[in-house]
Ligand binder design. Structure first.
Ligand code: SAM
Length: 327
């Protein structure tokens, strides 16, 4: 059946390190045709068309208008997209929702990407499309991918701090990745790790993943003093360093620590270590950062647990000012 499947008419670049094919229980997906090293560009793609509007404001009419401006060959390509491999989409708005990606938030713009949207989801993915400027979007390998392995990415955001049940309430399908197989030791640990990651983020940022304060209906930080300290940025620097390093360790254990996260987190972790003024804390922080692994850094930094620093009050005040909490 797959020899004459609609997706055969999608044009995969000749040098692409993947091919499209059936993926058990997921429709079709993209599979590595050779070993792909971590960090490698897998696919850069231009949109077939874009619509400059917020996702929830895009109407059927907007999509038909954009569709009618396409060349005949492009229309054919769009129409070959299937509702997860099987039927043609019943409504053009569903085809758009399933196969479009956000290109920019300001102004809000979404584009249809024929190939990028063929990749299936995993909660422990091996590729990522980082936010960039411009209309093309690029997918990179976040770890080494073996020939024959399915190339996946994580569809929604903030899945790194949501449990299996929370993720499945958002997905419109049941994911069977390693972090979702119920009852396995990995899945149970995964739920614990992701819950902890969410809490650690709350403690260092002062808010939840969605920018909101936690309410009593969905508590993550149960200790009210600690929650208050997080929200008014009076968490000591030693704890900030420990929490950030533990975040890296847990992300690594979970298989989610990619180079994009390392590049985003490392400067702020290094910056935190430069803030200590108490001599003994400075020494421990330096020793921690000299360790090779994230686990090694965390274990040494844990010696700072419970230690205050001369700089704590000034740092807390700076953070409050930055967040508009004091003048
Ligand atoms: C953008 S499409 C991905 C390509 C799709 N498999 C196809 O054949 O066209 C998204 C749809 O693929 C399916 N899918 C993707 N990842 C999945 C997964 N991990 N488990 C089950 N179904 C998945 C779901 O039906 C989802 O709505």
């Amino acid at each position: 059946m797959s020899q004459d499947h609609s997706y055969r008419c999608l044009e995969v670049p000749g040098d692409a390190p993947f091919a499209l094919g059936p993926s058990k229980g997921k429709g079709w997906g993209a599979f590595a045709t050779r070993r792909i090293e971590r960090g490698t560009l897998i696919l850069r793609e231009k949109p077939l068309f874009v619509i400059q509007k917020a996702h929830d404001e895009i109407t059927e009419q907007d999509i038909w208008t954009a569709f009618h401006q396409l060349q005949p060959k492009e229309k054919k390509q769009f129409l070959c997209l299937r509702d997860n491999d099987s039927r043609p989409f019943l409504r053009i708005i569903d085809a758009f929702a399933e196969n479009s990606f956000s290109i920019s938030a300001h102004p809000p713009t979404r584009g249809i990407f024929l190939l990028q949207s063929r990749f299936d989801h995993s909660c422990i993915p091996n590729s990522k499309i980082p936010a960039t400027g411009g209309q093309s979007i690029s997918r990179f390998a976040t770890r080494t991918i073996d020939a024959g392995e399915e190339i996946t990415f994580c569809y929604p955001t903030a899945f790194h701090c949501k449990t299996r049940d929370e993720r499945h309430r958002e997905l419109r399908f049941i994911c069977h990745c390693k972090a979702c197989l119920p009852g396995t030791p990995f899945q149970q640990l995964s739920d614990m790790r992701r819950t902890l990651i969410r809490g650690l983020q709350y403690l260092t940022l002062g808010h939840d993943f969605n920018g909101q304060r936690q309410t009593s209906a969905s508590p993550i930080i149960f200790n009210s003093e600690l929650k208050q300290a997080a929200e008014d940025f009076s968490i000591p620097i030693s704890s900030r360093l420990i929490y950030n390093l533990l975040f890296m360790v847990l992300m690594e254990e979970e298989g989610l620590l990619d180079d994009f996260i390392i590049r985003r987190m490392t400067p702020s972790i290094r910056m935190t270590t430069t803030k200590f003024q108490t001599e003994s804390n400075v020494r421990i922080a330096r020793l921690a950062m000299a360790q090779e692994t994230w686990l090694g850094k965390f274990c040494v930094a844990f010696m700072l647990h419970g230690r205050r620093d001369v700089a704590d009050d000034a740092i807390a005040e700076q953070l409050r000012m930055l967040h508009g909490l004091s003048v």
